[in-house]
Design a protein around this ligand. Structure first.
Ligand SMILES: *Cc1c(COP(=O)(O)O)cnc(C)c1O
Length: 373
């Protein structure tokens, strides 16, 4: 069988091959691998797309989160509130700056941070709220900003899954103090290697990120502070510049695929399809459903049939061995735990065909409607 991957980067490459090949060849011919006008051109284009004043390209989405927190001056003794259901990097960055991650549970419908739980998590040490626009849907930023203003907190948006997503007509990075993007290859806007960016309207924050990413230096060989080596390399910037004009089209296609799945799955007993919050235009980085019964067995059956079903994420943050020192216990974040046991991500990408989606739906239907003897 042909197989239907979770995301098909080869299919995407075939649609933009000539432009990508030309861009990569040009950078290599120029040997302008670090910095230069191609990096600047992409940063400016992405700032315009995102509707913010400044974009600073960095080495990865994780570096973006780390440098954003650093630029805000967050460190030991500070608490950062984020959610229990996210990719590990969100919490890793908080740990890397020496701050303390404080988790809240998720809204079981959207999987985003539950804003009703934030205020109870705020202490005198809280400095930042760090919502994740999970699966490509913007978190309830109107509520989150209201709470942040009331308590005088900074807001960092983890936008790694949400390039182009909107809530009430506003994109990520237009809400909080600074937004962090990943250009990991499988993201909605993905490089051909690692990459990331911070986006902000705050000139001072942008300048600090710029200095921090490049050895604490603003002008060559003058190092004002001890920084990091976390630049977005120029080959990646050139690839991203080719891809950016396609992003809206790819996102629209993902939304169409999501709608097709929603319709096809609506009468499968026990399957819960994604919920779009009011005013929200998600970009479906992940198309996540809940399935009844033995989720792991269902996933295995799909995988055996060549369908790349995944789980985002199987182990909640508070149960990860790497942060066991934080003393979180099982049962603490029940909605996150319940989700982790029943969620299943189905293949989604712009080039996915209706025939492929029909095959995915048929296979899933068979897993659920025909009980295992
Ligand atoms: C991918 C991702 C990151 C990390 O990005 P990298 O580029 O892989 O470092 C952070 N947060 C979330 C929610 C992500 O999905």
């Amino acid at each position: 069988m042909a197989g239907i991957p979770l995301v098909d980067l080869k299919a995407q490459y075939q649609t933009i091959k000539d432009d990508i090949d030309e861009a990569v060849a040009r950078i290599i011919a120029n040997t302008s691998f670090i910095g230069g006008k191609d990096l600047k051109a992409f940063e400016e284009a992405f700032a315009e797309y995102q509707g913010v004043d400044y974009v600073v390209g960095v080495g990865s989405g994780t570096a973006a989160l780390f440098l954003a927190l650093k630029a805000l001056g967050i460190g030991p003794g500070d608490e950062v509130i984020t959610q229990a259901n996210t990719f590990f990097a969100t919490v890793e960055a908080i740990e890397q700056v020496g701050a303390t991650p404080v988790l809240v549970d998720i809204d079981p419908e959207t999987y985003n941070m539950d804003p009703d739980l934030i205020e109870a998590a705020i202490t005198s040490a809280t400095k930042v709220i760090l919502p994740v626009h999970l699966y490509g849907q913007i978190a309830p930023m109107d509520r989150i900003m209201e709470i942040a203003r009331k308590h005088n907190l900074k807001v960092v948006e983890d936008s790694a899954q949400a390039h182009g997503a909107e809530l009430n007509g506003k994109r990520a990075g237009q809400w909080g103090d600074i937004a962090c993007f990943s250009f990991y290859p499988g993201k909605n806007l993905g490089a051909y290697g690692d990459g990331g960016a911070v986006a902000t309207n705050d000139a001072e924050l942008a300048k600090r990120a710029l200095i921090l990413r490049d050895h604490g230096s603003e002008s060559k060989y003058v190092h004002d502070i001890v920084g990091y080596c976390e630049r977005l390399d120029t080959l990646q910037a050139a690839v991203l510049a080719v891809k950016l004009p396609h992003l809206d089209g790819w996102n629209a296609a993902r939304r169409e695929k999501a709608a097709y799945y929603n319709e096809a799955l609506k009468d499968v007993p026990g399957v819960v399809t994604p919920v779009e919050a009011e005013g929200s235009v998600p970009v479906y980085h992940i198309y996540c459903v809940r399935v009844p019964g033995d989720r792991d067995a269902i996933r295995q059956t799909l995988n055996d049939r060549g369908i790349g079903a995944g789980i985002h994420y199987p182990i909640p943050i508070h149960l990860q061995p790497g942060v066991s020192g934080r003393g979180w216990v099982k049962g603490e974040f029940p909605e996150t735990e319940a989700a982790a046991e029943s969620i299943l991500s189905l293949p989604i990408y712009a080039e996915l065909t209706e025939a492929q989606m029909d095959e995915v739906v048929k296979a899933l239907r068979e897993c659920i409607e025909v009980p295992v003897a």
